[in-house]
Design a protein around this ligand. Structure first.
Ligand code: SF4
Length: 317
C-alpha cells in the first residue's frame, strides 16, 4: 500500500489453528472458515517484511505469549494489536505501556442483548489508555445497539466501525456504513481496502496513535465518497486454475500461472484475494515439482473426451 505498509507476522501466526477454535468463546468467528486459505498463505518460510507497521492478530486471536514472542523477535518495531478482550487486564496494561505499540484495537461483537467483550471491560480498556480503539463489527441489525454504546461512552472518536460483509454478498466497500446510516459518527471506518483507507478516513486507520485520535474531534468532519453496493463477480477458482495450468502444458511456476490467469480472465485483479485463491487451488489440483513450480495431478490431465470415446485421454504431458 501507499505510504505506511501494514504487514503480518507469519512467524507467529504461522499455520497453526487458533487456540480458541471449537471453544465457543468468540462470537461470529470467521477464522475457522478461512483457516484453509491462511494455511496456504503462511505455509513454508514466510517471513515478516523488513519494513512496515506490524499487525499483531490477523487470522486468529493472539495470546499474551504470542505477544511476548513478538517482542523477542522485533523488540523495537512499531505494531498494533487486534484482540477480542480475552486477556488478563495486567497483560493488556503491559501492551499499552509499550512505546512501540501504536494502538490496541478491541474487536467487539454484538451477542444476545449485550457485547463481547462486555460493557465493563470496554469501559476499562478505554479509560486505562488513550491508545485503545474499540472496533465495532456492525450490521444493519446490530447498529442501533452499537450506536447506544458509542453514545454511552461519550468518546465517539475512540471507535472504529467495521461493517460485516456477507459471504458471497454485494461489494460494500466504500458504501454508507450501518452506523453512518443512523447518523452516528465514529473516529475511523474500516470500510475500504487498506490502500484506500486515507481516502475514507483522512488517516490510515490502523496507524492512529493516541495523539491522532485525540485530535479527531477538533478536525472538520471527513466526508468520503460514497457509491451504491455492486454485485460481486463470482469466479470458479478451481476451473480457472486448471484451465491456466493446462494451457501452460500442465506445468508452470506460480508467476507464469498468475500471468496466464490474468490473461485469461481480464479484470480478475480487482478481486483482492485472487492470487491467494489461485495459490490455494493449485495446491489442490497440482503437485509441487520444484521450488514454486506446479504440475497438474494425473486426474486433471484426463480429458473430458472420455465421455465420447469411453477412454480417458491425456491432454498434455
Ligand atoms: S482499511 Fe484502514 S482501518 Fe481497515 S484494516 Fe486497513 S488500515 Fe486498518
Amino acid at each position: 500500500m501507499r505510504g505506511q505498509r501494514i504487514v503480518e507476522v507469519p512467524e507467529i501466526e504461522g499455520s497453526l489453528p487458533c487456540q480458541y477454535f471449537g471453544k465457543n468463546l468468540c462470537a461470529g468467528c470467521y477464522s475457522e472458515d478461512v483457516y484453509r486459505i491462511r494455511r496456504v498463505k503462511v505455509t513454508g518460510r514466510a517471513r515478516t517484511p523488513r519494513k512496515g507497521l506490524l499487525r499483531a492478530g490477523v487470522w486468529r486471536e493472539w495470546t499474551y505469549e504470542d505477544w511476548k514472542r513478538l517482542k523477542q523477535l522485533f523488540p523495537e518495531r512499531r505494531y498494533f494489536l487486534v484482540s477480542r478482550g480475552l486477556w488478563k487486564p495486567e497483560h493488556y496494561e503491559e501492551v499499552l505501556r509499550d512505546p512501540s505499540c501504536v494502538n490496541l484495537q478491541v474487536s467487539t461483537w454484538h451477542v444476545g442483548d449485550g457485547f463481547s467483550p462486555d460493557r465493563q471491560t470496554l469501559q476499562w480498556l478505554l479509560s486505562t489508555s488513550p491508545k485503545t480503539i474499540i472496533r465495532l463489527l456492525t450490521t444493519q441489525e446490530n447498529a442501533p445497539s452499537f450506536a447506544g454504546l458509542v453514545k454511552e461512552t461519550g468518546m465517539w472518536w475512540r471507535f472504529m466501525e467495521t461493517p460485516l460483509r456477507k459471504h458471497g454478498g454485494m461489494k460494500t466497500y466504500g458504501t454508507e456504513t450501518p452506523l453512518q446510516a443512523l447518523g452516528v459518527r465514529v473516529g475511523i471506518r474500516c470500510n475500504t481496502p487498506c490502500e484506500d483507507c486515507t481516502r475514507e478516513n483522512g488517516i490510515l486507520g490502523c496507524a492512529a496513535t493516541a495523539r491522532m485520535l485525540e485530535r479527531i474531534p477538533s478536525l472538520p468532519e471527513f466526508r468520503p465518497e460514497r457509491h451504491e453496493p455492486t454485485p460481486k463477480v463470482r469466479y470458479a477458482w478451481s476451473e480457472i486454475t486448471v484451465k491456466a495450468l493446462r494451457s501452460l502444458g500442465g506445468k508452470a511456476s506460480l508467476r507464469e500461472l498468475y500471468e496466464r490467469v490474468k490473461e485469461q480472465n481480464p479484470g480478475i485483479e480487482k478481486n483482492a484475494m485472487w492470487q491467494i485463491r489461485v495459490r490455494s487451488r493449485v495446491q489442490e489440483v497440482g503437485t509441487n515439482v520444484g521450488r514454486g513450480r506446479w504440475a497438474l495431478k494425473e486426474p486433471q490431465l484426463v480429458m473430458v473426451k472420455a465421455r465420447t470415446t469411453g477412454f480417458p485421454h491425456r491432454e498434455s504431458s
